[in-house]
Write a protein that binds this ligand. Structure first.
Ligand SMILES: Nc1ncnc2c1ncn2[C@@H]1O[C@H](COP(=O)(O)OP(=O)(O)OP(=O)(O)O)[C@@H](O)[C@H]1O
Length: 233
């Protein structure tokens, strides 16, 4: 579970994130929408403890991420827009390497299984990542999240640049993780995916969460109108 309480990040006089309050429970997919510079990545980076809040708190499973960096990192998986993988290694070798960094060790068969369950075609498992499409790389990210048995997923524009089929496959994987009780916070520009895949949607503007609601409570047309209204005002 993720919880932000009056979470604020300032750079000098500039407020990148202003008193954010949000909760993401297990089984929720909370999609953060907003224009460039709205504060979405800042929010994700605060939960990752990549940056420290000026005031307020980011907590994972009720632990403050600044005070408990090890414990909170242990339960989360992070997939950015461009996942850092070693191009000269195969998907399986990358998965093995990153699992090892997290203290998890799996047999070759288990690693193959994790990649297959994450939708990577069998033929690519033992090919170098340099030959992978962006969608395939993101599937390795999902496999890593599975391998880490992460209960929290932090995603920063993970489907940006994916074609609709790959994006759809990624959404299916998120829904599967949701079914396992994973709490997901995703920054995205994709209104359609947010409505389609998200359980909750937040709209950010200039560091402020100006709206938050359940995705089932609005139609796609209303979401689009609401979003555009906030962007134009
Ligand atoms: N290290 C920094 N120093 C100063 N300002 C920063 C720093 N990092 C981010 N900002 C500013 O904070 C604001 C929020 O940035 P953030 O990256 O969170 O936006 P975003 O909503 O993720 O945007 P995008 O959709 O472009 O990824 C921006 O105005 C950005 O310029």
């Amino acid at each position: 579970m993720l919880k932000a309480t009056n979470l604020t990040k300032k750079y000098g006089n500039f407020t990148a994130l202003n008193a954010l309050n949000l909760s993401v429970e297990g089984g929720d997919i909370f999609c953060l929408l907003g224009a460039n510079g709205a504060g979405k990545s800042t929010t994700i980076n605060l939960f990752l403890n990549f940056i420290e809040p000026t005031t307020g708190e980011a907590a994972i499973n009720s632990l403050n991420v600044t005070q408990y960096p090890g414990e909170t990192k242990q339960v989360l998986a992070y997939i950015p827009e461009n996942l850092m993988l070693y191009s000269n290694l195969t998907g399986l070798e990358n998965l093995d390497f990153f699992c090892g960094l997290g203290g998890k060790h799996y047999s070759r068969e288990q690693l193959e299984g994790l990649l297959e369950q994450s939708g990577l075609q069998k033929a690519f498992i033992h090919r170098r990542v340099s030959s992978y499409s962006k969608g395939m790389r993101q599937k390795v990210g999902i496999a890593l999240a599975r391998a880490r048995e992460a209960s929290v997923l932090l995603l920063d524009e993970p489907t940006s640049g994916l074609d609709p089929k790959a994006s759809n496959e990624f959404s299916e994987l998120l829904l599967e993780m949701k079914g396992k009780g994973v709490a997901t916070l995703m920054a995205t520009h994709d209104l359609f995916r947010a409505k389609d895949t998200g359980t909750h949607i937040g709209i950010m503007k200039e560091g402020v969460l100006v709206e938050q609601f359940k995705s089932g409570d609005v139609s796609f047309q209303d979401l689009e109108k609401l979003y555009l209204r906030h962007m134009h005002n």
